[in-house]
Design a protein around this ligand. Structure first.
Ligand code: SF4
Length: 226
């Protein structure tokens, strides 16, 4: 699908305009930086409350021969903790990784088998897994299993609040709103989340750098926050 043409027929929502503007500036970004679905799952747990550079160090410790679900399922806890130490909260995260790996084992560690199940069921299963909250579940569903679920994180919240787009009071409401305003597309959700994060790092930081922000003309907060 041509992402630039993927707006709902006859409907150009403000949210979709934001997507188009960001895409024009940054291009068609695609995530996640991982080679396998299981690597996405591990990264989604390890990235909780830490920067990706630390996650990468932890993943490097597991590469090239230990970053496999069957191996992590059998790995002694101390060995796992030692490998993921750079990502911080390593005791907690080792528990979460074991729980998520046990969930994956129900599908024989087969990503295609997971994909055959409906999004709603998988999301409920993931949310019932220790250490998996809404953002982590949606990261995994979108990036590991290509399910069309919109990711709402702190960057999304901040951007929508600043423009503003009245999307809802909590992440569940914001997610429902965003999905109602956009075509249901894995490619679009993948690209949009990457664009929001990229713009949050380049411009829409806690202390925003509004000059030259691609959303300057759309945003009510530009100039006011300084
Ligand atoms: S103009 Fe400023 S506040 Fe608005 S989106 Fe850009 S960086 Fe954020």
């Amino acid at each position: 699908m041509n992402m630039a043409d993927s707006g709902k027929a006859g409907m150009q929502t403000k949210l979709f305009s934001v997507y188009q503007i960001l895409r024009e500036r940054y291009g068609d970004l695609h995530w996640w930086p991982a080679k396998t679905p299981y690597e996405v799952m591990v990264g989604a747990i390890l990235t909780q409350n830490t920067a990706w550079t630390n996650v990468d160090k932890a993943l490097d410790n597991l590469r090239p021969d230990r970053l496999h679900a069957e191996i992590i399922a059998r790995m002694p806890r101390e060995e796992l903790i030692d490998a993921i130490r750079p990502a911080g909260f390593f005791n907690q995260k080792s528990t979460y990784l074991k729980a998520l790996t046990a969930w994956f084992a129900q599908y024989d560690y087969d990503a295609e088998a997971v994909r055959r199940h409906p999004l709603k069921q998988l999301r409920a299963e993931l949310l019932a897994t220790k250490g998996v909250g809404q953002e982590t579940a949606d990261d995994i569903l979108l990036y590991a299993f290509n399910k069309p679920t919109f990711i709402v994180d702190a960057y999304t919240n901040r951007l929508l609040h600043r423009i503003p787009i009245e999307a809802g009071k909590n992440n569940t409401e914001i997610k429902t709103f965003c999905e109602s305003q956009l075509p249901r597309s894995v490619e679009l959700y993948n690209s949009f989340h990457a664009l929001i994060v990229t713009n949050a790092k380049e411009h829409c930081r806690k202390r925003p750098l509004c000059n030259n922000c691609p959303l300057f003309d759309q945003c009510s907060k530009m100039g006011i926050l300084f």
